[in-house]
Design a binder for this molecule. Structure first.
Ligand code: ASP
Length: 348
């Protein structure tokens, strides 16, 4: 009698515990089957504006306010769209367009210069519902590269288009065209001049790569449970030979899967490509049953640090759990979910 009572107790406890694991995935949770977990928030949205050596002591108040203002504004406007039932795809694209239009970020208008004093832009977008993706690299005449990536997703049978062909395809599919000089800003030209001067003197160290960050990214979970992730960048200052970073590479700079999470990366792209960072986070959730924060920490704070890759990610799980993880001194970032809006620049 006593033995069966104990058995019933153990069986019930195991049942309850496993149900709980499958329902909510939190920072350190390990659930046996993330596929069964449910959306715990009506909607959620997370953004980044690049990671790097962003230190309070090097930032003047005016610039800091300008970053806080735009990060807050795009989150407030994004939340309004989500409340109105707008899809995650539209929210991601509209949000990234606003960040591309700002000279503050290394994307669209504020893109960095290549070594030839041109601007070559990369962007990608992925839909978690059907895992369709679109990306462009090395474009020079499309005002909002994320719209070109969206056109590839929705209007072509391809995933990644590059160079003149990508510009042509985007123009033919209604994306706004600008002169290449639209992307010239004094701030980014000065960065190029500084880096070239160091290069000429032979004093350019890998730590100087931090100056080159500023990519933008956005991941959204809408009311229907659809996750979409997008990323847009000018790449790295002084890049040569049509170098392509991780931002337009699905699985490295951007990834989305409704059964796990969406991810947008920023940082030293070569490392994010080699270690398939965005996909690795989703894979750890799927194969190891990790929550998104834990999965992102393992990849960004353990694996990337060990390999020497600097940068960060923003990620969002299908339950609405948000992760903003970076191994650099700062990352422009923020998120919004019902009743909660957070914007941050430096480490906590
Ligand atoms: N990941 C981008 C690249 O390597 C740069 C960045 O995120 O700032 O092109």
């Amino acid at each position: 009698m006593k033995v069966s009572a104990v058995l019933i107790f153990v069986f019930t406890s195991v049942l309850l515990l496993s149900c709980n694991d499958n329902t909510i995935s939190s920072d350190s949770s390990i659930s046996s089957s993330p596929k069964k977990s449910i959306q715990t928030t009506e909607y959620a949205m997370v953004i980044h504006g690049g990671a790097g050596t962003i230190l309070r002591e090097n930032m003047d108040k005016e610039t800091e306010n300008a970053y806080n203002e735009i990060l807050t504004r795009v989150l407030v406007e994004g939340e309004q769209m989500l409340k109105n039932g707008i899809s995650s795809e539209e929210v991601v694209v509209k949000t990234i367009m606003k960040m591309e239009d700002s000279p503050l970020f290394n994307a669209g208008k504020g893109a960095v210069f290549t070594s030839e004093e041109t601007n070559e832009l990369d962007a990608s977008i992925m839909r978690g519902s059907d895992q369709q993706a679109g990306a462009v690299s090395g474009i020079t005449t499309i005002k909002n590269p994320i719209t070109a990536a969206l056109a590839v997703l929705n209007k072509s049978e391809h995933v990644l288009l590059s160079g003149n062909g990508a510009d042509k395809f985007a123009a033919e599919n209604g994306c706004e065209v600008v002169e290449p000089s639209y992307f010239h800003t004094e701030r980014r030209r000065n960065s190029l001049d500084r880096i070239k001067a160091k290069e000429d003197l032979g004093t350019l160290e890998s730590s100087n790569l931090d100056y080159k960050y500023g990519t933008v990214g956005c991941v959204v979970l809408d009311k229907k449970g659809n996750i979409v992730a997008g990323t847009s960048t000018g790449g790295m200052t002084n890049k040569k030979y049509n170098r392509i970073g991780d931002s337009p590479v699905i699985g490295a700079g951007t990834y989305a899967d409704n059964s796990t999470c969406g991810v947008s990366s920023t940082g030293h792209g070569e490392y994010f490509i080699r270690y398939a960072v965005a996909h690795d986070i989703a894979a750890r959730m799927e194969y190891k049953g990790l929550g998104v924060t834990r999965a992102a920490k393992e990849v960004v704070m353990d694996k990337l640090v060990e390999k020497g890759g600097s940068g960060g990610v923003v990620a969002l799980s299908k339950t609405g759990e948000i992760a903003m993880i970076f191994n650099t001194p700062g990352m422009y970032r923020g998120y919004v979910k019902p009743g909660e809006l957070v914007v941050k620049i430096y480490e906590d």
